[in-house]
Design a protein around this ligand. Structure first.
Ligand SMILES: C[S@@+](CC[C@H](N)C(=O)[O-])C[C@H]1O[C@@H](n2cnc3c(N)ncnc32)[C@H](O)[C@@H]1O
Length: 267
């Protein structure tokens, strides 16, 4: 499969505020704001519903029994997987996002869900090949060293295991998505009641705008997995064509690890 960029890469633009490394405190403050309103807005938006369904489907294939959800956030995929009988390890760096997840736990969750507050760039407590499935839904664009996080995701997946990742494409345009979402909430008749939440979600997205900070686009991820010899690769648009879902199966024997610089600038 040949992936054509939908417009020239923006990797070469001048660094803006959003591209500069942010202190852990600044980052957490931003996620804290997002966490307050995340579940009041995102699960109403059709492109989010579609992509959550897609990830759940990928992670509920018959041979996928234990899943690591990296950047699990408020747990919208993780809790669906638990309800489908999967054992899930939900990893996220933000205590605020994980607090929202904890607030939603069903009474009978028991040992089916393990919650770990951790940076996705290094997951040393998990053995190589520990999981049947790796789920990453809109996480890498927000990580300081996305390539390291992708390496860890691949490492903890067992040979033959399934991976599903959704990330922005090179043509990502935040304005298009924000305008669509605002109009959609207006049409639903909830924009006025959710005005503060919408404001928070909009500002959080502007803070983490992938077109200003992403260094590992969906196209790069596809190419990276292809180079590593992943099988059954798919690349499917999401978010009105601004993002894409990549899925695949880890090969028994991986090709040599590709050079980071081939895929990522500035990590
Ligand atoms: C846009 S949210 C997506 C949450 C969830 N996957 C979903 O789709 O609803 C991105 C998540 O990535 C988490 N995150 C950002 N940087 C991270 C890192 N370095 N390690 C682990 N999680 C991180 C954030 O805390 C946030 O919960």
């Amino acid at each position: 499969m040949t992936l054509l960029p939908c417009q020239p890469s923006v990797n070469s633009v001048e660094p803006s505020v959003a591209t500069r490394p942010q202190s852990a405190w600044v980052q957490e403050n931003a996620w804290q704001q997002y966490a307050i309103s995340y579940d009041r807005i995102l699960p109403r938006l059709p492109f989010y519903i579609e992509v959550v369904d897609r990830h759940v489907e990928a992670m509920t294939q018959a041979d996928v029994r234990n899943v690591i959800d990296i950047g699990a956030g408020t747990g919208n995929v993780a809790l669906r997987l638990v309800a489908e009988g999967r054992r899930v390890t939900a990893v996220d760096l933000s205590p605020s996002m994980l607090a929202q997840l904890r607030a939603k736990l069903p009474a009978d969750v028991g040992s089916k869900l393990l919650i770990v507050q951790q940076n996705a760039e290094a997951l040393p407590q998990f053995a190589s090949g520990a999981f049947d499935g790796v789920n990453m839904l809109l996480v890498l664009y927000a990580v300081e060293r996305p390539s390291a996080a992708l390496d860890e995701a691949v490492r903890v997946l067992r040979p033959g295991g399934a991976i599903v990742i959704t990330e922005p494409k090179r043509c990502f345009n935040l304005r298009v998505l924000l305008d669509f979402a605002e109009n959609y909430l207006r049409q639903l008749g909830v924009l006025e009641t959710l005005r503060e939440d919408w404001q928070r979600v909009r500002e959080s997205n502007q803070r983490f705008d992938p077109s200003q900070r992403s260094r590992l686009w969906a196209e790069n991820i596809y190419e990276r997995l292809e180079t590593l010899g992943f099988k059954q690769l798919c690349f499917q648009d999401s978010h009105l064509g601004n993002c894409a879902t990549i899925c695949g199966r880890k090969p028994g024997q991986m090709a040599a690890r590709p050079d980071h610089q081939q895929f990522v600038k500035g990590e």
